[in-house]
Ligand binder design. Structure first.
Ligand code: VGL
Ligand code: ZN
Length: 203
């Protein structure tokens, strides 16, 4: 399928730590790589994101004494899941999967670099007000529709898709090119939120 000049693909967080063997492995995470490699060439605008945390990041359970990974805590900006240390800046875990074709990327957007705020979405940090700059980039390039693929369906893909819809972009999520963490029903909840927001869910 060819896409018109106003369409972007957002490839979300296809990094070693989210693939089997990684620090926050998403089941089947590496299976998205060949699918995404095939999809990307059909889009005129291509943005890849990279989760990019400083050591000791506020979303890491290791930064909260007495807490374990996957606990919930209250941060200044609201509830936050605590994660195993992952995607630490400059580590192998933060690198893209080695089979992902990154050369076609027009833009690589790093997020989650502020020590005290997590950033699931490619558009806003988890306080839901601090922008990453992606909205301006896409609008400057005339983009009106975004298609999302990558990891994880129920966190960074879903939050990015919901923000894109809220900002007025047309939004499609390609589910066969995504994999989920599925923490206590988080996948079903995310899919319901996406449908309610008018996001098109494609196989
Ligand atoms: C993600 C949890 C923590 C993701 C990133 O890419 O979905 N999930 N950091
Ligand atoms: Zn993260």
């Amino acid at each position: 399928m060819d896409h018109a000049g106003d369409e972007a693909i957002l490839v979300i967080d296809v990094q070693n730590d989210f693939c089997p063997g990684g620090a926050l492995a998403v089941p089947g995470g590496d299976e998205v790589v060949p699918r995404i490699n095939r999809m990307v060439r059909n889009f005129p605008v291509r943005v890849f994101t990279q989760d990019w945390h400083p050591a000791g990041h506020g979303s890491f359970a290791s930064a909260h004494p007495g807490h374990a990974p996957f606990d919930m805590v209250e941060m200044a900006y609201g509830p936050q899941v605590l994660w195993p240390d992952h995607c630490v800046q400059g580590t192998d875990g933060a690198d893209f999967h080695e089979d992902l074709h990154v050369e076609p990327a027009d833009m690589i957007l790093r997020k989650g670099f502020r020590p005290e705020i997590d950033s699931y979405s490619a558009f806003f940090e988890n306080d839901q007000t601090t922008p990453t700059g992606l909205e301006g980039y896409l609008r400057n390039r005339g983009v009106t529709h975004v298609t999302l693929a990558g990891l994880a369906t129920d966190f960074c893909v879903a939050w990015s898709a919901l923000d894109a819809a809220r900002l007025g972009f047309g939004v499609t999520v390609r589910l066969s090119a995504c994999r989920a963490i599925d923490l206590e029903g988080s996948l079903d909840a995310a899919l319901a939120d996406l449908r309610a927001a008018g996001v098109e869910l494609e196989p």
